[in-house]
Design a protein around this ligand. Sequence first.
Ligand code: KIV
Length: 267
Amino acid sequence: MGKTGKITVSYFRKQKEKKERIVMLTAYDAPTAAIAAESGVDILLVGDSLAMTMLGYRNTLPLTMEESLHHAAAVRRGAPEAFVVADMPFMSFQVSPEDTLRNAARFLKEAGSDAVKIEGGAEVAPLVARMVDCGIPVMAHAGLLPQRILTSGGYRVQGRGDDAERLLADAAALADAGAFALVLECIPAELGGRISQSLSIPTIGIGAGPLCDGQVQVIHDLLGLFGDFVPKHARRYADLGSAMRRAIGEYVADVRQGRFPGPENSF
Ligand code: KIV
């Protein structure tokens, strides 16, 4: 905690030292952010998964800074005390260091986020160092990089065989650069454990096994709000999609049959 009682980045390193698992969950709007924060989630991630879960894009690439800022600001309004991390959209940090700093700062200044997340391995470490030097807390994201699916050939598990050494080196470079935490996406569980043990900063896994220091999931996968497909790394805790279909279907039928509004809904 900082002097204001609000969580700061050092809190997560202490959680790792105390072997307390960190819970991160995506949130994209104010009411969901409020519920997630009240339910005990440590970090709210305004992931660029927003592009697919909320905005109807086929992948995360089309997401713009303006769309991201709009949702990050809503999450902040819904959960004023929560630790909020905003994902930097595709091409918001790849063009130049100056552009990266300007875009990252917008999340802190305009949306009230506490930190930003960027995808990439050792090649983005100098960028992470530059942002941290300027006072911007950075969460790194290695392993499967959804922003690179067009060049990497799709959503594939990373770090198998010899590739494990590359990921261990990526993780070390990102931690040395000053990232306060590292998301590991879709890598073998054993490698998730090895990387977590090798770092003093916490790892937060999604499809990276139980030995990571924390876990992150996309809220739509947990709540059954994104079609019928459940990724292997996710567990469905509720089927809100079916509940919504049922409720909306009842409303439609009630209006058509003249059962709604009733006397209790009328003035
Ligand atoms: O955008 C997102 O939701 C993410 C998580 C999958 C880590 O980056």
